[in-house]
Design a protein around this ligand. Sequence first.
Ligand code: PLP
Length: 441
Amino acid sequence: MDRIAELERQYVLRSWSVQSKNTYTNVVGGKGAFFWDDQGKKYLDFSAQLVNANVGHQDPRVIEAIKEQADKMCYVAPFYASEPRARLAQEVIEVCPPSMGKVFFTLGGAESNENAIKIARMYTGKMKVISRYRSYHGATYGAITLTGDPRRPPVEPGIPGVLKVFDHYCYRCSFGLRYPSCDVRCAESIREVIQYENPDTVAAVTVETVTGTNGIFVPPPEYLPRLREICDEFSVLLICDEVMSGFGRTGEWFAVDHWKIQPDMMTMAKGLTSGYVPLGAVVVSKDIAKGFEDRMFWCGLTYSGHSLACAAGLGNMRAYREDGMIGNAKRLGNVMDQELAAIMDRHPSVGDIRNIGLFGAIELVKDRETREPLAPWNGPDPGVMGAINKFLLERGVYTYLRWNLLFLTPPLCITESELVEGLAIVDESLRIADEFAAKKG
Ligand code: PLP
């Protein structure tokens, strides 16, 4: 192990891992859709680091924006006006749905959801918040309580007043139904829960507009419009977590744009700066913004709208626009759809493929009929997912694998040939899954 890797192993507590099982690759550089380590090994970044490096690595427009701001003024307290904060807020509102009014800047996704809960409670005077089981909303206490997935139970009890409902995971429907004859029971069941809970106590429903780390669940076309109606019926706020699905990831500025819904709040982070400097945001509707004109807004952060982070955000907005990256994600999303369909034809271990824009996943099974997962949900990897990952890394493709899922979320600046080349390596890697499924089957 080299010196840096050794220091990291000795002194850094790494997220979401058993420390002794970690590996330590020292990453020293990157460009566009690639990064490389200190041994000179180059990787195609098929996961855009943590699905955040949307504009790609080392974009000169973002770097220049940060440098210019650093030369002028590195930090201005939130109670002064400051150019990068004001301009970025305006630019964000301009690409949001028309109902959105103002931005509260945070430092990341969890903090955005944390503040969205507070705002929902303050604005409605109600306490309960509903979220879904197959969801991730961040690791701080409120956000992890909103989270449904296995990262929540180990740190419970969380905050009071959060309830869980089932998802639109159509491949494994919790209600045992099939789309479209299901009539989106998953949305109707949320209506039922609101009624049982007493609508006068329910402040908000929070959903990932397109579910990310739990498996890329794209909602059926009726789902979000119906959820919007249900929320309106009971004066419940709809909060759309766009932390992962925002800023072009799905081929539109925000995933909500696909279904033309107007949320009451949107939370965002990741693609806001593509990770160059930490930044998050809660965007609130014009109505909610008005609600705080004459009453106290009980939220605050020393680094709300940090000058360097907002400059990075402005650099990102410029890069998205100048290179048409959102359109690129949409166009290459169609390419990815076709390639994934061909991969599914070739590999019996592929149970389902899901994608929107450059936000995709392959779900692996032992048997297409029974849909038994190739590796258990929240269980130990029987060895097969690790073997696929090893193959991919050896062939220079870095991506995210979890349970029986292989994620495909490259930077939005990726070219068609890079995408196709990477998918060809993924295709090859799935021979390992097929062989494992055939042996076990
Ligand atoms: N919300 C969603 C949908 C996410 O995917 C994530 C992180 O992956 C978060 C919130 C939390 O963001 P952060 O890690 O910046 O706190």
